[in-house]
Design a protein around this ligand. Structure first.
Ligand SMILES: Nc1ncnc2c1ncn2[C@@H]1O[C@H](COP(=O)(O)OP(=O)(O)OP(=O)(O)O)[C@@H](O)[C@H]1O
Ligand SMILES: [Mg+2]
Length: 211
């Protein structure tokens, strides 16, 4: 179980996140909706350790953790950003195994085996030697998800995973998220699509406009 307690974040005089409290039970999906500028991406950046909250507590199974702790070998939340942030000069395979090797110091053979397993699950196994520029939008997204999963996070989070996709691909993403849930993966999904949020979310968090 992941808990956030009284999280606050300001940029200058803008209170972007105000006293945010939430609990995500294992294996559940939290959908986050709300107006543009409401702090949704900021929250994911904080959970990924790219931004630091001004105050508040993060707990995993009741134990406090600091998402910005770069020395931690455990990644609690893995985030798939909207623009994917793939490494353009690395193959699909190397995109997947880089972080586990560098950060988790995992054994290369184990990383390769895990990358193949994830690529199989995500339907990109025949693309492992390709480069990001050779992939379609949907394939890039599945690579970004494989790369996040390779860090073996407790929670997988996505920033607007369907926004750039046509209806068929949108359905594929929905199916993928639901199938990961069946495998027990805990997930956070930021979306502007209320129907999508209702289809997949066990709970829906509505963020309010920035004060
Ligand atoms: N590093 C930063 N420095 C200053 N202001 C920032 C920074 N990052 C975000 N903001 C501001 O914080 C607010 C929240 O931004 P954020 O990207 O979290 O919104 P969002 O809910 O993801 O919006 P959207 O739905 O448009 O993606 C915005 O007003 C944004 O300009
Ligand atoms: Mg955003």
């Amino acid at each position: 179980m992941i808990e956030l307690k009284n999280i606050n974040k300001r940029f200058g005089d803008k209170a972007v996140i105000r006293d945010l409290n939430l609990t995500i039970p294992d294996g559940e999906i939290l959908a986050i909706v709300g107006p543009s500028g409401g702090g949704k991406t900021t929250l994911l950046r904080i959970l990924a350790g790219l931004e630091v909250a001004d105050s508040g507590t993060f707990l995993v199974d009741g134990a406090a953790f600091n998402p910005a702790d770069a020395t931690s070998h455990e990644q609690v939340v893995g985030v798939v950003f909207q623009d994917f942030q793939l490494f353009p000069h690395l193959s699909v395979l190397d995109n997947i195994i880089l972080a586990p090797q560098m950060v988790l110091k995992a054994d290369k053979a184990a990383c390769l085996a895990e990358a193949e397993r994830l690529a199989e699950i995500l339907g990109i196994k025949d693309l492992l030697q390709s480069y990001p520029y050779q992939l379609s939008g949907g394939q890039k997204q599945r690579l970004a998800i494989a790369r996040a999963m390779a860090m073996n996070p407790r929670v997988l989070a996505y920033d607007e995973p369907t926004s750039a996709l046509d209806p068929e691909l949108r359905q594929q993403v929905e199916n993928l998220i639901v199938s990961l849930k069946k495998d027990g993966v805990t997930q956070i999904v930021v979306t502007h699509d209320m129907q999508f949020a209702e289809n997949i979310g066990d709970q829906i968090l509505r963020v309010s406009p920035v004060a």
